[in-house]
Unconditional design. Sequence first.
Length: 385
Amino acid sequence: MCAATLLGMRVLLCPDKFAGTLPAPEVAAAVADGWRQVTDRDDLVIRPLADGGPGFVDVLADALDGHRVTVPTVDPLGRPATGEILLTGDGTAYLESAQACGLHLLAPEERDPKVTTSFGLGLLVAAAVERGARTVVIGLGGSATNDGGAGMLTALGVTPLDGMGAALPYGGAALAAVEALDGAPRLRGALPVAATDVDNPLLGLHGASNVFGPQKGADRADVLLLDAALERFAAVLERDLPGCPTALGTLPGGGAAGGIGAAILALGGRCESGIGLVTRAIGLDAALDDVDLVITGEGSFDHQSLRGKVVAGVAGAARDRGLPCVVLAGQVSTGRREAAAAGVTDAYSLVEHFGGAEQGLAAALGRPAEGLRELGARLARQWSR
């Protein structure tokens, strides 16, 4: 722990996004505003984070010396959309699947992983390759798809075919009829990298369909259909795509973003920790070495939060340095003992802050910045010297 500065204490604000309400930079800004309403003696170090999902490009753009390129693409139902590529001088392109495949792009009644496609992500990857990228880092998270990356592969020149040699329709369900592939990936030697902290495999009880399908609109019958379809697709990829690893359906990370992780592995790519990549880019370790208090957060602090997500990484790093770590979240359902073991000193919920139950939930969703400012002020009164 660092010594107190002449002004007061040093506080690191490094939250993830609050999904569906605020991006990470706005979360950090709201907490900082609240803190400064109480005192201006403390040094607030702001380092917004992302783990590969929505906000991945925004966070990296603030940290890396690169330029952003706007690219036309399509959403999970094939409608026109806009994405961005962050290009850096070392030949690396950063993009995020959520800009083309994101669940937030669909109305609740439109969510159906049997028909949604990752084709738009393939357009973003192709645009990065066309602009000379040698490494394409794809942030995976928040997707509405469960097509095993078939749409992405199609956009890159590899088309799944049925038994009659016809191109399959888009969506995960159509892969139940896949028999072969046509074409070769147009990557021009570029290496695809999946930035994800999901270690689920493509198939099985812990796979893409079973674990994430229901979040995207799949019922139990859909889950069984999609898992079987992905099993068939994985077998065809192993047989027909040169360089595809064996046992594709069991590889860690293959289930990320509805199986886009598996498609990246099939292309000869690799999986890398999204939060690890971001923390290196923004210099989080150096920031942690020189503060007195760490404040992080996310939309829902639950059992999944402690399995490789932003909060887990930050809390563990704070614990290793003997630093207190406070979590702010829309909702908190993680047990106090479990959270403490992971390095969390305390956790505060916007829902509870606004009164709990339905009233608190509505306020947390409708007025998150207000609640975060108030919690920031509360923390300043508790912690500031």
